[in-house]
Ligand binder design. Structure first.
Ligand code: ADP
Ligand code: MG
Length: 331
């Protein structure tokens, strides 16, 4: 009898008890993962929908693979003259240009002038002649952004942009903003290599794994984190191995117009070549472009940049598979 009453009481309170909720969807060419705690279960589905809709909205605007995205329109038209753009696109381009300045051009969204000719699934890359002829069009200084009038023009008609090095970090920040508006205090949101954590895991830190860059089944490290963002860039996400045994991957050196050299024993010093970079900092809008930047800069210049920046830390793995930390993590 007592058991029966207990069960009845459970039903009477409906589903409004506190619990963890999960969702996972394929958006932006990657998997978006969401985990959050709510005190009132009845809003969980609404929250999931709002977060995933925001990822889809941003993808619709910024995808280079969707012909009717704002980004695709800009890439078709801005080389011919100024085009009107949204406040959101202007803000993301402005942030990208800030990191181009700050990194001496290592972060450069005009890499896409050549990058758009690569297809990692099909194993296609730009040939040497095309690379040489288009290289002058890869330069963030060709981007003329008028933030007052919301106008954008490319000074070289061949220039194209791609926001793949910053859009996912921006999106996880937007997702966290939505969760906060719903009153959520503990959450984890990730889109591929970009994650942002809200609060802790209710009394414990979140445990974030950094994948082993050459063994998908292993973690190279697991880091306890709370209330922060972490972005990882690696040469193992999108790549193919070409006929000369070189790894052709999705992070470009704007100075050469080609993917950075991450092959051990090849040109340059293996100690300076990075194959995985993780950046920890307050928001994805910064950690995402910084992980790409440090990857291109290499270990010495990359870690020096992070040392200069307040509130940011780095974990990097070189071509010899050795791991290094910025000074704030070594303590
Ligand atoms: P992901 O999370 O997709 O692995 P990363 O943060 O590692 O992304 O950034 C890689 C993406 O950034 C590439 O897929 C490309 O869209 C873009 N990208 C590549 N090289 C550069 C560069 N030098 N500057 C800015 N963006 C870049
Ligand atoms: Mg990045």
């Amino acid at each position: 009898m007592r058991i029966f009453l207990f069960i009845a009481a459970l039903f009477a309170t409906g589903s409004s008890h506190a619990d963890w909720h999960y969702d996972k969807q394929a958006i932006m060419g990657t998997e978006v993962h969401l985990q959050f705690w709510v005190d009132d279960d009845s809003r969980a589905d609404e929250i999931k929908r709002a977060v995933m809709d925001e990822f889809r909205r941003i993808d619709t605007a910024l995808s280079p693979y969707k012909e009717d995205s704002e980004l695709s329109r800009v890439n078709r038209e801005a080389g011919k003259g100024a085009v009107k753009i949204s406040q959101e696109l202007a803000d993301i381009i402005q942030k990208s240009l800030y990191y181009s300045d700050r990194t001496g051009g290592a972060f450069d969204i005009t890499f896409a002038t050549l990058g758009s000719l690569y297809d990692f699934r099909k194993g296609e890359s730009a040939d040497i002649k095309t690379t040489e002829s288009l290289l002058p069009a890869v330069n963030y200084r060709h981007i003329a952004l008028d933030r007052e009038q919301l106008n954008l023009a490319f000074k070289d008609p061949r220039t194209k942009i791609d926001l793949g090095g910053i859009a996912k970090g921006y999106s996880v920040d937007r997702a966290i903003g939505i969760l906060q508006r719903f009153g959520v205090q503990n959450a984890s949101v990730s889109a591929g290599g970009d994650a942002r954590l809200l609060g802790d895991k209710r009394g414990k830190p979140w445990l974030i794994g950094i994948r082993h860059p050459r063994d998908r089944s292993k973690n190279a490290a697991v880091i306890p984190l709370e209330n922060t963002a972490i972005s990882t860039s690696g040469d193992y996400e999108r790549f193919f191995i070409d006929d000369d045994d070189h790894r052709v991957h999705h992070i470009f050196n704007p100075a050469t117009g080609k993917p950075t050299d991450t092959d051990a024993g090849d040109t340059g010093s293996d100690q300076d070549k990075l194959i995985s970079v993780s950046i920890i900092g307050p928001q994805g809008f910064d950690t995402d472009p910084l992980s790409t930047s440090v990857f291109v800069l290499g270990k010495e210049k990359g870690l020096a940049l992070i040392e200069q920046m307040h509130n940011f830390e780095a974990i990097v793995i070189d071509a010899n598979h050795r791991m290094f930390f910025s000074s704030g993590l070594e303590k």
